[in-house]
Design a protein around this ligand. Sequence first.
Ligand SMILES: Nc1ncnc2c1ncn2[C@@H]1O[C@H](COP(=O)(O)OP(=O)(O)OP(=O)(O)O)[C@@H](O)[C@H]1O
Length: 397
Amino acid sequence: MPRIFKNEAALTPEYIPSKLPHREEQLKQLETYFSGFLESPGSMYPKVVLIGRPGSGKTVTSRKFGNYVVRSSERVRYVHVSCFLNRTLSSVLKDIGVQLNIAIPKRGFSTEELLKMLLDMVRDKDIYAIVALDDVFHLVNNSGPHALGTLIRLGEEYVSRGDKYRFGLILISQDLTFRDQLDRSSQSALGNAVIKFEPYTKDQIFEILLARAQEALVDGAYDEEILEMIADVAGVDEKSMDEHRGDARYAIDILWRASKLAEMKGVDRILPEHVREAIKNTLRGIRSDELRMLPLHEKIFLLAIVRSLMKNPNSPYIPFGTAEDEYQMLCEQYGQEPRKHTQLWEYLRDLNTKGFVETRTSSKGMRGRTTLISIPSEPLETLKEELEKIIKGELGT
Ligand SMILES: Nc1ncnc2c1ncn2[C@@H]1O[C@H](COP(=O)(O)OP(=O)(O)OP(=O)(O)O)[C@@H](O)[C@H]1O
């Protein structure tokens, strides 16, 4: 009887979820740009560029649109080509051929000949397709801008052959630098239709995780707080330049790893400690040097946070006041004069900036408005041992 997963596949990178929270707008835009082509295939050659940082949902949104295309039109197909795997024009053309079930010879022909064969077959079989070129900058970087220019300017080719427009084009990339490398007329043929994918905020990551968790995990195997804890490290944050911020892939990967850990340990709930370990596995190890550099009382305060969290293994967060009480006790134990309340806030801000802790304001109603603290990326036991060792050394006890 499974205890954590009900459908583990829903946490794999290839999975296309039934809902795409926060990408409804982009999907709608795609539908609008291609509506003329879908209603009247052959009447136009629509081209759209999707840009955004890794993990911002470009691929999954394009594929989801592909499902819509197939559902809503009997005549138009959807072809998704990875330019990471197909870095030359001939390789791209062959992949399009394979997906459209058109036999194109593997070798012995120039790119121009391959293109001509593809276009002839598409016309003879009366095929229409929307082609998405994912990570298209790989094609430009490896084969030069001319390769992509050829595809963009297929419109002229159809006209000169007296054929209809057979394809629509979706170009997916992290930014628009690939477009700047194209020659003038290809740029103008490409046009200005650009759909932007902003990095996800913490709240957005939370909702994405919630939707995925509902598909993948057994009810009761996770608390929403567990998902918030992951959202804290994966959502965009003005303070952090971490490249993973805003990346849904990273967030889903952490959830999957934490679920796996819970499963391996034979328990039926994902605990904060599983999340910490999962995040630690995706990142660097414990940052002893950075710990050492903190002022003594900031270390004691961090240790107080760690100890408070350890007393509450089921919850990822503790209120500020709890950490403060624990800090007072620790100061007594270490024979230290406690620092003032305002100084502790300064420490908290610094610990947050350095990535040791995350903070959020508690939701209204639940606990009143208070600052909640979590330590998402370090197993507490190792952090506690390390801090105690350093503090002892510093106090010479
Ligand atoms: N809004 C969303 N809802 C649910 N899952 C999402 C959402 N956005 C992204 N994902 C998931 O996050 C992962 C990464 O998304 P995707 O591959 O689409 O990103 P990308 O922008 O194409 O990144 P890259 O540039 O690295 O290819 C996938 O597993 C995808 O299913």
